[in-house]
Design a protein around this ligand. Structure first.
Ligand code: ATP
Length: 478
């Protein structure tokens, strides 16, 4: 793990953003708990996503489907047969790796050494292996041919590559037998597909229309050592957009644009985002690209935009025996709609925000750690700080706090030196601090201290709310 990444993990724990799950028992790997500030950040992100996807599109409705679904769902979707990752073991260290990721790591190393030609050749070999009939053998051959060594032990002592299904299963009811085996959903999308008619009819939608949902998903990931980047229990924000066959590329382009803009509007710098074509299209897709962010661990996927054709609805029609067709009145024809999906990980979005926000700044004779979250997403928007704990200042500050509370998430703090309180607010990313001093009691003005520039403005207390709204909407990532 890089130094920067470790600092972000450590700050997340120290300041109450994210904790290891079941920590007192030594933790459960790849599962995490969101603490008081993490929860606020998460809520702000889900609210922004819901607003952007559901409230701002009249033809998109929300859904909250159950995590447990009829087991045939996962037969139909292809997950029982094909939702697997290729794994390989280092026989010396007994460490387990994803074969495709080992090769990707090797390609990255070649590029860093300036060996672009070799990197291109291995990349092509990876694409061929992933698309081969026997992809496990294909990947194994690349690892052997390139003599890729184990990242941890440095040894070249591998097992064969095997496929490993990522779905967690459990049983329903008191008797455990194979007939009542069910799965924890590995994606939220299937809950949307099986509700296609329910939402279309009750929402009185015509194609094109979309269904959006936010919810937990579970994957028994092979390699999960990268904090909340790869978890076994995580949250997705997915939207399936149903379109007339033939018009999917237009919708695909529209959603690519909207989704990239969403990340930019979260305050992510454009230089840290890029598009990445899939090396291998899933069996159901006719186009797929990922939005990647440059994490301290390298460029990695945050969101996928996939054109899924009519694969899912058709499969559910076949397995359930229920028609999944739509009658298009305008065209006077029946068809199974095509689907364009936008699928973003909530936890990975949180990780982009933490990585993007984290800054260490040298000041005159001092230094500070500051989280430069977009003010709309910051866990706390306004810190309310009486200069000292006497002389009527706390009462005045509480009055302001009460007035602002309906519009902003506020935090009242009267403990310690004012400079130290500012630093605490910087470290958790609070964009504004309102300080009440002796003059405030005389003339009803307060100081607004800006997190990013550390500059201060003197504002009439009754103008505060409007001032902050303007500042938030005019904020730019720096
Ligand atoms: P990866 O290649 O990283 O395993 P994926 O292509 O399997 O991801 P999708 O199935 O497209 O991912 O899932 C959509 C989104 O869900 C991803 O872009 C990611 O943000 C999120 N996601 C997927 N798996 C995990 C995980 N194990 N932990 C956290 N987020 C995840």
């Amino acid at each position: 793990m890089s130094d920067l990444f470790e600092k972000i993990v450590s700050l997340s724990k120290r300041r109450g953003f994210i904790f290891q799950s079941s920590e007192i028992y030594g933790g459960l790997s790849a599962t995490y708990d969101y603490g008081p500030l993490g929860v606020e950040l998460k809520r702000n992100v889900t609210q922004r996503w819901w607003n952007a996807m559901v409230h701002r599109h009249q033809n998109i409705s929300g859904l909250d489907a159950a995590i447990l679904m009829h087991p045939t769902t996962w037969k139909a979707s292809g997950h029982v047969d094909a939702f697997s990752d290729p794994l390989i073991d280092d026989k010396t260290s007994k460490m387990r790796y994803r074969a495709d990721q080992l090769i990707e790591g090797h390609i990255d190393r070649l590029r860093r050494k300036g060996k672009d030609e070799d990197a291109d050749r291995v990349y092509q070999a990876l694409v061929d292996a992933l698309n081969a009939e026997d992809s496990a053998k294909g990947l194994y051959d690349v690892i052997m041919g390139e003599e890729i060594r184990s990242p941890d032990s440095g040894m070249f002592d591998w097992t064969e590559v095997r496929h490993f299904n990522l779905m967690f299963d459990t049983t329903v009811g008191p008797v455990s037998n194979p007939d009542n085996k069910i799965f924890l959903r590995p994606e939220t999308a299937q809950g949307i597909f099986v509700n296609f008619h329910n939402v279309r009819e009750t929402g009185r939608h015509q194609v094109p229309f979309g269904i959006a949902q936010i919810g937990k998903a579970f994957r028994n990931e092979i390699v999960a050592r990268q904090f909340i980047f790869r978890m076994r229990e995580f949250e997705q924000m997915e939207m399936q957009y149903f379109v007339k066959p033939g018009s999917q590329m237009e919708a695909y382009e529209q959603w690519r644009e909207e989704r990239m803009q969403w990340h930019l509007d979260n305050g992510i710098r454009a230089s840290k985002l890029r598009w990445h074509e899939h090396e291998k299209l899933a069996h159901y897709a006719d186009a797929a690209q990922d939005i990647q962010y440059e994490f301290p661990i390298g460029w990695q996927e945050v969101e996928g935009i996939h054109s899924r054709t009519d694969f899912d609805l058709k499969a559910h029609q076949e397995y359930s025996g229920k028609k999944m067709e739509y009658f298009d009145q305008q065209a006077n024809e029946k068809y199974i709609p095509y689907v364009v999906e936008t699928s973003v990980g909530l936890d990975r979005t949180i990780l982009t925000l933490l990585c993007e926000a984290y800054r260490e700044e040298e000041l005159e004779g001092d230094s500070r750690t500051v989280m430069k979250f977009h003010p709309r997403l910051a866990p706390i928007t306004v810190g309310i700080l009486p200069l000292v704990k006497k002389g009527g200042m706390p009462e005045f500050a509480h009055k302001i706090e009460n007035e602002l509370k309906d519009h902003f998430n506020t935090f009242y703090d009267e403990k310690g030196a004012i400079g130290r309180r500012y630093r605490r607010m910087d470290e958790i990313g609070t964009p504004f601090c309102v300080t009440v001093d002796g003059d405030s009691l005389e003339d009803s003005t307060v100081t607004v201290r800006h997190r990013d520039s550390m500059q201060q403005d003197r504002i009439a207390a009754d103008q505060l709310a409007g001032f902050l709204v303007n500042e938030i909407s005019g904020w730019k990532a720096s």
